[in-house]
Design a protein around this ligand. Structure first.
Ligand SMILES: Cc1cc2nc3c(=O)[nH]c(=O)nc-3n(C[C@H](O)[C@H](O)[C@H](O)COP(=O)(O)OP(=O)(O)OC[C@H]3O[C@@H](n4cnc5c(N)ncnc54)[C@H](O)[C@@H]3O)c2cc1C
Length: 394
């Protein structure tokens, strides 16, 4: 997302841009849902993208269910749930394929007075005036310039998955399906909401139900166990969705039987391939290195509770291009970009860390636990995760 957004904005500002993607086949987001803020839609509209039609599923508000499945909290809060696939298709449609190169795994960057060169694993390289490392939370660009800046495990994992509307409808009421519906087992958080079905299908009956279940997991052994596939191979940092071990999925389903309201428990059983992601925080102390900039998750990884990953990428791209337009050298433009975005990145990380503070596996003190418990109350969860008072796009 951040790479495509940066490319589109730079191109609009007169740059010739090429995007290099490591994956050798077209990317797909496994239908993952992306909750949006109005600021994201207006930023995409500024780019000339149409967000008025087929952008996503409108959600009127939020619900909290207790363990018995009774609705114990309601909050009107309109939001649109779009999907990773839809956003990606919109951005790719605008960029076109001529300057998008698959199968280009960046190994390292070298730079001098006249330019910056990207060196790829296939032995090729490309030299340009400017390089943007928008290569996600395990960024090779960041690893080269800031080897000490590492993602920090937050103390919990997110189980995710999708079920077809027709399949889950018999076990969920219309109201629960169509809202952002939460359940809050002690120290955990489950949420479900409707998203477009395959092929961005927004018709009633053809949508999907998107689930995220945050569960504490001890760092040293438990996470390693969760990331071990059926062949015994331990995956570092994250595991590809199809490889999550069957026994780990079964365990999750039996925890659901103990902890979740009957509707969610039944719906979770209908999700064919649930997958899990450990949750991390990452803060980079710098974002500009001569002719090289970091953007998006390569620079700051924000826990999902504020649903801000994509808007943060948009803001990074917009700020970067504005700073380059204002300055006559790339170096000063990038330093201005860094000065404007570092503090913002820290604010996002801090806010999301606060909201997720009660989900972690262990606490330093009873005081810390009590402070975190404030954010576990249904009335907090129903409002806090949608409110970012610092979201205005630059
Ligand atoms: C459970 C969960 C729920 C979320 N929900 C939301 C939400 O509701 N709303 C929201 O806005 N955000 C959400 N996010 C966050 C959002 O998905 C990310 O913030 C966003 O995708 C980051 O975009 P990015 O382009 O910066 O990085 P990425 O999406 O990680 O993209 C990086 C790209 O770089 C490529 N790459 C990596 N290394 C190399 C290399 N060496 N050479 C070449 N290419 C490379 C990768 O293949 C990838 O295509 C959620 C995240 C999680 C985990």
């Amino acid at each position: 997302m951040s790479g495509l957004l940066s490319a589109l904005l730079l191109r609009r500002s007169g740059w010739r841009v090429d995007v290099y993607e490591r994956a050798s086949a077209a990317l797909i987001g496994r239908g993952a849902g992306i909750m949006t803020h109005p600021e994201l839609r207006s930023a995409l509209s500024d780019l000339g993208l149409d967000t008025t039609r087929d952008f996503g599923v409108p959600i009127e508000g939020r619900l909290a269910l207790d363990a018995a499945g009774r609705i114990v909290g309601r909050k009107p809060m309109p939001q649109i749930a779009t999907s990773w696939n839809h956003l990606f298709a919109m951005l790719m449609g605008a960029l076109g394929h001529a300057h998008y190169h698959l199968g280009k795994d960046l190994l390292r960057v070298s730079q001098g007075e006249d330019g910056v060169t990207a060196h790829f694993a296939d032995g090729t390289s490309h030299t340009a005036d400017l390089l943007i490392g928008a290569d996600g939370f395990r960024s090779a660009v960041r690893a080269q310039y800031l080897p000490e800046a590492q993602p920090r495990y937050a103390g919990y994992v997110a189980w995710r998955g999708l079920a077809d509307e027709r399949v889950v409808k018999p076990v969920l009421t219309q109201e629960v399906f169509e809202r952002l519906s939460f359940s809050l087992p002690p120290g955990e958080q489950f949420l479900g909401y409707p998203v477009a079905g395959p092929g961005n299908d927004l018709r009633i009956g053809h949508r999907s139900w998107n689930v995220v279940w945050y569960r504490p997991a001890e760092a040293a052994h438990e996470v390693q166990r969760l990331l071990t596939d059926d062949t015994g191979r331990v995956h570092e940092v994250s595991i590809p969705p199809p490889l999550v071990a069957k026994s780990v999925v079964e365990e999750m389903r039996s925890a659901a039987a103990r902890l979740l309201p009957p509707q969610f428990r039944a719906a979770l059983h209908l999700i064919v391939e649930p997958f899990l992601q450990p949750i991390y925080d990452l803060e980079s102390p710098r974002m500009a290195f001569g002719r090289v900039a970091l953007a998006g998750d390569a620079a700051f990884v924000v826990r999902p509770h504020v649903a801000a990953g994509v808007i943060k990428g948009v803001q990074d791209a917009a700020t970067l291009v504005a700073a380059l337009d204002e300055h006559c050298t790339i170096d000063t433009g990038l330093r201005t970009y860094e000065a404007r975005r570092l503090a913002m990145g820290r604010r996002y990380v801090a806010q999301a860390r606060r909201l997720g503070s009660y989900l972690k596996y262990s606490f330093e003190s009873e005081e810390e636990r009590a402070k975190a418990a404030f954010h576990a109350r249904p009335e907090q969860v129903l409002t806090e995760t949608a409110v970012l008072d610092f979201l205005q796009t630059p």
